[in-house]
Design a protein around this ligand. Structure first.
Ligand SMILES: [Zn+2]
Length: 240
């Protein structure tokens, strides 16, 4: 598999999007990879998806719920520190990088607005989804019923065992609905939390797509940090 693509987002010919696989190699600069090789990987990807790699905006991801509206200072060499990006600018690809966390792509085809977000456990707990959707509504005048959300390959519940400390936090945050137990082992389903947050915000069921592919179960195809600590990052990418 070269790219994993969203069926929902594929309905829009004006939109470019993809979730990369290992075939596109590592796209992150902070993971012990050689910088010039990472740049080369970006150049290859840009060529395949038909954009200038210098126009790509990626992020210094910090497991926050911070959303950044793209401005003229944001570019490939100067990634903003945040965990979500939103824009209505054309030819400005947005990228999220992951290896177990959920990569989210958002699109409002009426207002022509795109966003991407990084949601691991922290992003799910701090509800980065809510902040992204509020930015669509307040900053770009989106109607909630128009917003489409696609969540790419990410770690599944069976691969995501949590310790008792995190379990306590899950309970405090009233997220127990996403927990399952097998004997003494406790597992967390991040996708369930994200889906609930989308429902609470009022995103229509028909506009939600969550990949069932687990990058950790399929670590031959995707990078997985749980499987191998010294690993690269794959990416979600979206462009108007
Ligand atoms: Zn799995």
């Amino acid at each position: 598999m070269k790219f994993y693509q969203s069926k929902l987002l594929n309905n829009y010919s004006k939109l470019t999007h993809a979730f990369t696989c290992k075939e596109s190699n590592n796209l992150a600069f902070h993971v012990n990879d050689i910088k010039k090789n990472v740049i080369q990987n970006h150049k290859h990807l840009a060529k395949e998806l038909n954009y200038d790699y210098k126009t790509l905006v990626h992020m210094k991801q910090i497991h926050s719920n911070i959303v950044k509206i793209i401005d003229e200072n944001d570019n490939f060499d100067n990634p903003p520190t945040c965990d979500a990006l939103i824009t209505n600018k054309k030819k400005t690809p947005l990228m999220v990088m992951v290896a177990d966390c959920s990569p989210l792509l958002f699109f409002d085809p009426k207002q022509n607005v795109i966003a991407t977000a990084h949601a691991g456990r922290a992003g799910a707990f701090e509800n980065i989804i809510q902040n992204v959707i509020l930015s669509f509504i307040h900053d770009f005048h989106s109607d909630i019923k128009d917003i489409i959300v696609s969540i790419g390959p990410a770690i599944c519940q069976n691969c995501y065992e949590i310790n008792n400390e995190i379990y306590q936090e899950v309970k405090e945050r009233k997220l127990d609905f996403a927990v399952s137990k097998k004997g003494k082992k406790i597992y967390l389903d991040i996708r369930k939390i994200l889906l609930k947050q989308l429902h609470v915000m009022g995103i229509k069921e028909k506009n939600i797509e969550i990949s069932e592919i687990c990058n950790c179960c399929h670590a031959d195809t995707f990078y997985s940090y749980r499987k191998n600590n010294n690993t690269g990052r794959f990416a979600g990418i979206i462009m108007l």
